[in-house]
Design a protein around this ligand. Structure first.
Ligand code: WT7
Length: 655
């Protein structure tokens, strides 16, 4: 870790009080109430979470709220429950049966701009579909504990499949539909998954993403897959392999619509979700049943201040944790209407999001800073075409939001009347850990503000000593919370090393942060070899290993550098094998190669060729130097320069 990389950022003096009318109806109405509840949650977390869990349905109550054998936490020990039941029957029992659960629109638009495909499912209808799918999966041979891989577009059937898996205790592993075949293979193999659900294709910016073809390609690289269920979405031609592939409709249509939810142990695996770390291989983040369930329900309730008649829209893809926790599990447990959109934000025009908000009278809207910056660049004309007056709250997630984008969101979209919740969390945390409560917490643009109930964050130096206020350091979380990851699938050693060895006994986030004079947290970015491109997490090692898998590449080093639109962009420094010509064609070839291996989100923005990479005497690549070069020494349009690192003296110390 580079100590000097964590410098306190310039202080921002902007501060906004929550709108008065919002507080009057909010779940938490005053700062004093937040302070009191927060103090209780820290003083006696078990009593606090037992109280919160009382809002969920359990087939059998827990014997103990928390069992903490660091670094392994077990929550609601001895309890039996089912998350699918809590999203469906529990909501129906509360009188939400005929209320719209999912309000979906596909990407294709008619000539007047209205959507061609719209689906509305009530909670009762959703239950029927989930039961059919669950029975169908069982018929195909899926048993409790089997990992089911979902590689699907953003369609209602993806939610149905997740809830069906959860219902029968088959953990799901959702793979983002933008990932290539190689990423599918890696995840199938790590999860040892025999079942895949996919679609013929999905719509993205007017083009069909060939999901089934990618699965076919993956199946040529591994023989793990026994069954592939294929949803017909786009009607594009696909090849069906007899004995292995079945159409969704044929597999599920005449299955019974009754399927009792399995009574699962509180610590039964709910899902795996792969994310990048500082090694070359994505890790399977493991979340279990009861703790994740209670944590997503409660954070969604308080941070988005959810009420039954909310029309809530989170624009994330379900392929990321944001979609798992705040499209599916959190909102459905709060009985709201969840809006879901299949495609790109700028299709057919740059006002698609604002049109959706107007069409369905969206009340709560959750998106990413990178999207806000992209909209900002298109000007105020697009949002001004639409009536956005239904909006009551807006959220952001994925990376720090720069104050200019925050102000644009606040003024142009929220018309200065909506609180903005900047939510800090991670795939590993299961749910939001640091965020304002919308009715009470004054916000400061760029800060995720204060911790949620039960969360004890701290900023420390590398020996674990608390940093003084306003001094940057490592962000750790002192005690476990219900949504915390339970492990990295199949790799306890990596789990311990990654999260628990930096500061003994405390969860290490990998982020740098500072805490200001008001106890507000300011996230300062990653301190490890993880970069954030458009809010997506990418390991430098992952991209490097993709580069060196190209036959012409000898060595590669990848760094992130600041980018106005994507937050960070990728620069790759590459040495080629002898005799290979250095030119623009070669750059394009390498970019395409990375896209093919890791996905288009990993496409390097810049490739620079070097005779050799700068290394310390111990052979470690000097990333700090490369970062500096990528940040400051960029020569636009320069295509063939060979960086000459031979003139750089080689200091003995590692970075
Ligand atoms: C990393 C986690 C959690 C859902 C999306 C990303 C960064 C996330 C914020 C925020 C500043 C943020 C951190 C974190 N991050 N939210 N509100 N402010 N930084 O999940 O892919 O697991 O990435 O995203 O660096 O560690 P993820």
């Amino acid at each position: 870790m580079s100590e000097s990389g964590i410098e306190s950022m310039a202080k921002s003096s902007l501060k906004f009080d929550p709108p008065v009318q919002f507080a009057s109806t909010a779940h938490v109405k005053s700062m004093a109430e937040y302070e009191k509840l927060y103090a209780e949650s820290i003083a006696d977390p078990e009593a606090f979470w037992a109280g919160r869990a009382a809002e969920s349905h359990f087939f059998r109550k827990w014997d103990r709220v928390l069992e903490w054998n660091a670094p392994f936490a077990r929550w609601f020990v001895g309890a039996q429950t089912n998350v699918s039941y809590n999203c469906l029957e529990h909501q129906i029992a509360r009188g939400r049966g005929d209320h719209t659960a999912i309000l979906w629109e596909g990407e294709p638009a008619k000539s007047d701009g209205s959507p061609r495909d719209v689906v509305r499912l009530t909670y009762r209808q959703l239950l029927v579909e989930v039961c059919r799918c669950a029975n169908g999966l069982r018929k195909l041979g899926v048993q409790k504990g089997d990992r089911v891989t979902l590689y699907m577009p953003m369609v209602p059937e993806l939610v149905i499949a997740m809830l069906a898996c959860a219902r029968i205790g088959a953990p799901h592993s959702v793979i983002f539909g933008g990932f290539p075949a190689q990423a599918i293979v890696d995840r199938l193999q790590d999860a040892k998954s025999h079942y895949v659900i996919t679609a013929d294709g999905g719509w993205r910016r007017g083009i069909i993403v060939p999901l089934k073809a990618n699965v076919d390609q993956a199946c040529q690289m591994t023989d793990l897959v026994k069954k592939v269920v294929v949803l017909k979405r786009c009607g594009n031609d696909v090849t069906m392999t007899a004995g292995r592939d079945v159409w969704w409709n044929e597999a599920f249509a005449d299955c019974s619509d009754q399927c009792a939810a399995e009574q699962l142990d509180s610590e039964h695996m709910l899902f795996l979700l792969y994310t990048s770390g500082s090694t070359g291989k994505p890790k399977g983040i493991l979340h279990t049943t009861a703790g994740y369930m209670v944590y997503t329900a409660q954070t969604a309730k308080y941070i988005f201040d959810l009420k039954p008649d909310d029309v809530y829209w989170c624009t994330a893809d379900i392929g990321w944790i944001t979609g798992h926790s705040y499209i599916v599990y959190g909102p459905l447990q709060n009985g709201v209407t969840v809006v879901m959109y299949e495609g790109a934000p700028n299709f057919p025009e740059w006002d698609r999001f604002w049109a959706i908000i107007e069409r369905y009278k969206v009340t709560k809207f959750y998106t990413a800073p990178t999207a806000i910056r992209a909209f900002m660049k298109q000007g105020t004309g697009w949002p001004e075409k639409h009536d956005l007056s239904s909006l009551r709250l807006m959220g952001t997630v994925g990376e720090p939001i720069n104050p200019a984008a925050w102000m644009w969101y606040h003024e142009t979209i929220g018309k200065k009347k909506c609180p903005i919740v900047d939510t800090w969390w991670q795939t590993e945390t299961g749910g939001i850990l640091i965020a304002p409560l919308p009715g009470v917490t004054p916000t400061k643009p760029g800060s995720a503000t204060r911790p949620f109930f039960g969360i004890e964050p701290a900023v420390v130096d590398k020996d674990g000593n608390d940093q003084p206020r306003n001094v940057g350091g490592l962000l750790i979380i002192r005690k476990p919370w219900p949504g915390i990851l339970r492990g990295i699938y199949g790799d306890d050693a990596r789990f311990k090393q990654q999260y628990w060895s930096q500061i003994e006994g405390h969860y290490f986030t990998g982020d740098g942060a500072r805490c200001d004079e008001d106890g507000y947290f300011w996230i300062m970015g990653r301190v490890d070899d993880v970069i954030k491109v458009s809010g997506h997490r990418l390991g430098t090692a992952e991209i490097e290993s993709a580069l060196v898998s190209h036959p012409k590449v000898a060595e590669a080093a990848v760094v992130g550098y600041p980018d106005d639109m994507t937050g960070e962009a990728i620069a790759a420094f590459v040495t080629l094998k002898g005799g290979v010509k250095v030119d623009d064609m070669m750059k394009e070839e390498l970019k395409r190669h990375v896209v093919g291996q890791v996905g288009s989100i990993a496409r390097p923005k810049e490739i620079r060729f070097a005779d050799a990479l700068p290394k310390t005497r111990s052979g470690k690549i000097m990333r700090r130097l490369l970062r500096e070069l990528a940040t400051k020494g960029r020569v636009d349009g320069d295509t063939t320069t060979l960086e000459d690192f031979s003139t750089i003296s080689q200091p003995a110390d590692d970075e």
